[in-house]
Design a protein around this ligand. Sequence first.
Ligand code: B12
Length: 301
Amino acid sequence: MIERRYVSTAQVAAALGVSVTTVKRWVDEGILPAQKTPGGHRKLLLADVLRVVREGNFPHLDLGRLDLLGLEHGLPETAGLSARLLDALHARDAGAARALVQETHAAGLAVTALADEVVAPAMAQLGHEWERGRIDVLHEHRATQISAAALYELKSVLEVSASPDRPVAVGGGPERDPYLLANLLAEMVLLEAGWQPVNFGPNTPLVSFCKAVGKFQPRLLWLSVSYLDDPAGFAARYQELYREAARAGVAVAVGGRALTESVRATLPYTTFGDGMSHLAAFARSLHPSPRPPRRGRPRGT
Ligand code: B12
């Protein structure tokens, strides 16, 4: 059902147009995470190889060597993937949702695109159907749980290949905001960007984030705000959190539909983002991920 596709160092060397020794050195330098088999062989997760492909520039790239059926024709459009996810959610087909999430990632779709171009549009469509009375709030809850289950499995794949020395980020949603998916995706995007995210999830009192800043000494705090029943009360408590973070030199990234322009105008923050691609770009600006050495490196870097 869930394929964690592994490829050999020889396959990777052939696909990237480099020697097996180079691939082994990249593994030893932590640029290409790998698992060692009891026999001492290095097993590389396909998703990691495709991530390095995305970050590097390999003039002799030949993905066909990784015999990934159908990749030479490129990934399907994300709009099509989002429609497929919506179909799975309508049908309450958890298996189809899991397969879609796993396979698109294994095929090279970044978590940021999965979040902004696949999951968010599919859930937004469900929201419109609820608003028009076509579906019940029950479907929204079930769709959230099915999507979350598929994402948690992908998160475990991302965690396997995470390198040891990563900066810490803490985050979640404020009190009385029940929204789960945006925070889970923020956590996964930060994992993919080489961070160690600590997600407190939705409905977390802002005062607890103040404590988390002291306890976890993060470099980054994210806040996803999808629902506010008391914007003024939130702004007052948030000011205290931002002061705490600023004192500790912690960058604060905020986002979410409830942070409208008028609400944002009352808040200090380091960065605001409309989508997870903004969070990833900001996180990478604070902590650039290590790049493959010279051979295959983008021109001029
Ligand atoms: C699922 C859902 C629920 C579920 C939540 C289940 C759960 N545990 O998560 C439940 C049923 C609880 C719910 C409740 C309500 N809901 Co509701 N809900 C939704 C729905 C369908 C999907 C939300 C979701 O998870 N989307 C997926 C995430 C990944 O996408 P996203 O939130 O857009 O986040 C993206 C960006 O904002 C950004 N982002 C988000 N956080 C962050 C953080 C950072 C740092 C950055 C950089 C970026 C960023 O990136 C994300 C990915 O692209 C939306 C429809 C929609 N348009 O999203 C309606 C929707 C948000 N709900 C709505 C409403 C009205 C409500 C209720 C008030 C209904 C009611 N009367 O009770 C309540 C309010 C909450 C409450 N107190 O209960 C309306 C809001 C309308 C408005 N004007 O804002 C919507 C838009 C539906 C609609 N079309 O009318 N809801």
